[in-house]
Structure formats: C-alpha cells, structure tokens
Design a protein around this ligand. Structure first.
Ligand SMILES: [Zn+2]
Length: 180
C-alpha cells in the first residue's frame, strides 16, 4: 500500500527522513529529533434499511472511486463523537436524520491518502426525511441486497453483508484497490 508521502515535519517544518524507530520504519525529523507517528484515520459509515428491506446507497461524485456506490459516511471531525459524525454525514449526503441503532463493527480499510482508515460501521434503526443526494454524492437510491451496483469499498460491502446476508453483492468481483 503506497500512501501519499509526507516530506516535512508538521511540528517544525524540517525535512523528514525514513529511519528504523521502535520496531518500524518511520518518518523521522532530524531537526527536532522526533519520529512522526502515523495512525489510521477514523471514518464512519451507516447501513440504512427501509421497510422493503433495501439498503440506502449513494454514488460518489469525488475521487477515490468516483462513480461507484457506497454507504453514506465519511471522516470524523476533531472533537466529534463517532455517532455524531456518522449522523452528520448521513444528513449531508442523504438529507435524512436518523438514530443509531447499533455498532456493526470496526475494521480497517486501505486508503491512498492516509494508508489506513479505521472504518466504524453503524446500523441506523430509525430515520426520517426525504432522500436527496448531497455533499460528495451525486445520486442516491434504495437497492435490493441481491442487486447491488458496484460498491466502492470492501469494508462497506462487508457491513452490508453483515446486515443483509452473505449473498449481498455476491456477483461482484472484489478488488483490492485503495479505498477512500
Ligand atoms: Zn521537526
């Protein structure tokens, strides 16, 4: 997995080098004498199911995976509780307000910009509003689990299968490309 390369220390602006430090190859700043610890970036996604047993998906209008479909969701902001961030993203991308029902799980996903994303999946139990694509989505729709469009991220597909069964999207080839 190749992530975007950081060249300068975020603390002092000094050039970063690669060095073996505490059991891993890490970026290191000779100017301030500190390693740059890099960690997964947390993001949330939500499985919303309607009365007909369909899953709500949005089509991505931005890279990565532009034009493919995914669950509503996105990166957490600083100081935001995970559930809060998830419901904010739900409102921004779908126009719905909702209530978190349960935590589906926490997993990791490869990402081109951040190397690794910590993906937190929630199941929405109650929602209201009229669906309308917004923010990073240019289309939105309810889909039967047996007839899913191409799903952008394997981590999202796993959460969908957790709720709708292993047959969901089973006819899709699962890529190993970077998630976003
Ligand atoms: Zn530095």
């Amino acid at each position: 997995m190749i992530s975007s390369v950081k060249r300068f220390c975020p603390f002092c602006g000094g050039p970063l080098v690669t060095r073996h430090w505490e059991g891993r190859r890490r970026l290191y700043c000779n100017a301030c004498g500190n390693p740059l610890y890099e960690n997964p970036v947390p993001a949330t996604c939500l499985v919303v199911r309607n009365a007909a047993g369909q899953v709500l998906l949005v089509r991505r209008s931005v890279a990565p995976k532009k034009g493919l479909w995914c669950l509503p969701g996105g990166f957490m902001e600083l100081g935001e509780f995970p559930e809060e961030g998830a419901l904010r993203e739900l409102a921004e991308e779908t126009g719905l307000s909702g209530t978190i029902g349960e935590l589906l799980g926490v997993t990791i996903a490869p990402n081109a910009s951040y190397d690794t994303v910590l993906m937190i999946g929630y199941l929405v139990h109650r929602y209201e509003g009229r669906i309308q694509a917004g923010d990073d989505a240019d289309a939105i729709g309810w889909f039967d689990a047996e007839a899913l469009p191409p799903i952008a991220f394997d981590s999202h597909l796993r959460f969908i299968r957790q709720v709708f069964g292993e047959g969901a999207g089973a006819d899709r080839k699962e890529g190993r490309a970077a998630e976003g």
